[in-house]
Design a protein around this ligand. Structure first.
Ligand code: NAD
Length: 345
């Protein structure tokens, strides 16, 4: 069955801020060339939404995601100061997007590491990111002591570990490494480790299991990243390691992410809104396109996802197909043209 003969899938498209609209424009054109599998509902969020309607995360955007259960999101700028909570964190909480999946794969040969193919699964709702922080005043210093409370639950740890092992089975991955700091944070990450071990025992014979303390894992990712396959960790460790892993394959411009819950999934580039290059045609749309490929996988459109990844690989493999961040000179929009030409054959 071709995509043309199939009903289109409704999905929310959020252009976002900074370079967001430029790279989302490329995504729309490339998806058209793929056969338009999605019926996009364009909605706003971020600084542009605040400026136009007074709300960083308008109800119309939340409504759309509630309806479609599927969103592709450009980067959002959260204004510094003014007490604004990160829109990304609000979206994760609103849709209980408990799993953050960040695959990293070498696309451009000749970099520091060849043949990297890793997936980081990060717990997205708990840990030290719950934002329970306060200061304790002493004498005339109101900020004499700063405190943060991390919260990990058995249910949350079980859910993310199960997600990682199921992901490994579904994607024919050989191994899951559980990353923790249970030698020091004995309760907070000890609970995560204990629960993840219990979950792992249910996958014996199907997926290999391995454990690492987070600091050792960080070093080994630099010395020998090929020993890893799927890594599962708590929120803060997962956040740090996923950027480190992105660095193994050429940086944030190439890193896609998926935020997955039971009722909705939101796909995005790991990078931010890059205000320093916004509107200059210098943005690399690859990370958002690769996030689009993850969304196609999530929708079961594996052929389209594969076609898209193959086209991105092929364009990036040529010296004339690279944007400024990759040492090339092709503009954002011309990069989109190269991709659409390749896809239309
Ligand atoms: P950033 O990722 O936007 O930029 C860091 C550097 O990488 C900049 O030099 C930028 O030009 C470059 N860069 C990023 N994406 C690129 C791309 N696709 N192509 C080429 N170069 C690219 O990080 P920042 O400057 O720390 O943050 C800017 C804003 O983005 C902040 O308001 C921050 O809150 C927001 N942010 C949003 C998200 C998100 O929506 N998921 C994630 C991170 C940061």
């Amino acid at each position: 069955m071709t995509t043309a003969s199939r009903n289109k899938i409704p999905a929310t498209l959020i252009p976002g801020d900074g370079i967001g609209p430029e790279i989302v424009d490329v995504v729309e054109r490339v998806f058209d060339a793929l056969g338009s599998p999605y019926e996009w509902e364009r909605r706003q969020a971020g600084l542009n939404a605040l400026e136009q309607g007074g709300d960083l995360l308008p109800e119309a955007t939340l409504d759309s995601i509630r309806r479609t259960g599927l969103a592709l999101k450009g980067p959002l700028t959260t204004p510094v100061g003014g007490g604004f909570r990160s829109v990304n964190v609000r979206l994760r909480e609103a849709f209980q997007l408990y799993a953050n999946v960040r695959p990293a794969r070498t696309i451009i040969p000749g970099g520091r590491y060849e043949n990297i193919d890793l997936v980081l699964v990060r717990e997205n709702l708990e840990g030290l990111y719950v934002g329970h922080e306060h200061y304790v005043p002493i004498d005339d210093d109101p900020h004499a002591v700063a405190m943060a409370t991390g919260i990990n639950t058995r249910a949350g740890s079980r859910r993310i570990a199960q997600f990682a092992f199921d992901y490994a089975v579904r994607n024919r991955r050989r191994k899951v490494t559980i990353v923790h700091k249970a030698n020091v944070l004995k309760a907070l990450t000890g609970l995560f480790l204990e629960t993840a071990r219990q979950v792992a025992s249910g996958y014996e014979g199907r997926v290999e299991v391995d454990e690492r303390i987070v600091d050792a894992c960080a070093m080994q990712l630099v010395l020998n990243p090929w020993q890893f396959d799927v890594i599962v960790s708590t929120n803060l460790f997962g956040d740090i390691l996923s950027d480190q892993i992105a660095g193994l394959v050429g940086g944030l411009g190439m890193a896609p992410g998926a935020n997955i819950g039971d009722k909705a999934a939101i796909f995005e580039a790991v990078h931010g809104s890059a205000p320093d290059i916004a509107g200059q045609g210098k943005a690399n749309p690859s990370a958002l396109l690769l996030a689009g490929a993850l969304m196609l996988d999530h929708s079961g459109l594996f052929n389209e996802a594969q076609r898209l990844r193959a086209a991105i690989d092929a364009v990036l493999a040529t010296d004339s197909g690279r944007t400024h961040d990759l040492g090339g000179s092709v503009s954002t929009s011309a990069f989109g043209d190269l991709l659409t030409e390749r896809l239309r054959g």
